[in-house]
Design a protein around this ligand. Sequence first.
Ligand SMILES: Cc1ncc(COP(=O)(O)O)c(C=O)c1O
Length: 375
Amino acid sequence: MNLFNVYPLYEMTPSYAKMCYVYDKNGNKYLDLYGGHAVISIGHSHPTYVKELSNQLSKIGYYSNYIINDLQAEVAEQIINQSKCENYNLFMCNSGAEANENALQIASFHTNKSRVIAFKNSFHGRSNAALGVTDNLKIKSKLNKLIDVTFLDFNDKQGLLNEISKNDVSAVIFESIQGVGGLDEPETEFIKFMSEVCKNYKICLIVDEVQSGFGRTGDFFAYQKHDIKPDIICMAKGMGNGFPVGGVLIKNHIKSEFGMLGTTFGGNHLACTAVLAVLKTIKDEDLLKNSKELENYFREKISKIDSIKKIKGRGLMLGLEFEFKVAKLRKKLIFKHKIFTGGSANKNLLRILPPLNIKKKHIDMLYNALKIELS
Ligand SMILES: Cc1ncc(COP(=O)(O)O)c(C=O)c1O
């Protein structure tokens, strides 16, 4: 049997990984400045992560959500402690798409409405409603097109007001910093306006922090820079450092009901342990601070490369925009310099999403490689 062929693959097979390095089966060492799409937050096979998951596996790995799982309560408590998001409840699931799917579902139950406002160039995942609110016709089937959605430009206050005042909107969903789209972010003034308008019209404001959350930008959640309190916060990726886990934080005024949501695997014992190990490491190693400090170093160092038009993003969610398409450069970085980076919908943009505990010397390695290729 063949694999269902949906991924254009790079010719490289990792067989071992440690912190920010990945090794292929021939023993070649690669610097991972991409973390498998922002997933590796505390480093591959971090000792705390390996120890905690191994211990948990020898106790109990899984049971369903119809028994009490104290670890879920601990995850909720630790997220509140570190994010300072008080007055939210936690629902755990398995991925970013699922987090967004659940968020949209909760909003529709809560408001008894269905239309969603989303933003141009958005990416929210590959389940039905998540794809419905994703702005990419190439990956949408007729099924996803049934979702009632209106796409607006970031910062279009009047457009938002016009749509919302039609009184049929259940949710506004946005990424604090667009990941797949290419690192664009709305202005603070617009985010505050959205928050205010959603409150006035009793619409759920959903922030998709699947890529930008869990310390990646130097704040626990990237939206926190704008001083708002969204109704629903979605997270995944860095939350589990590679263990498939997602979560939704739902503000207290949105009431739950038995049977409203459900998942077989979501929030199982291993998933919770992975999240707790990530949270412990973020705290012990002060990784929010490292994200901010390394962003400063990155900007200072990498901006010395003349052909870079713009450095976008925040913390360790960064993008290098050039005047040319970056596909060839990315290949050279992987195969010649042994450095992983990422692409995006913006073909001129190289995405940098390393583990949050990288050091200055790793940024220097990227700088040296770029200097060789671009001078
Ligand atoms: C902002 C955002 N939301 C949702 C998703 C989907 O997450 P997953 O692939 O875990 O379903 C992604 C994945 O890239 C993402 O970047």
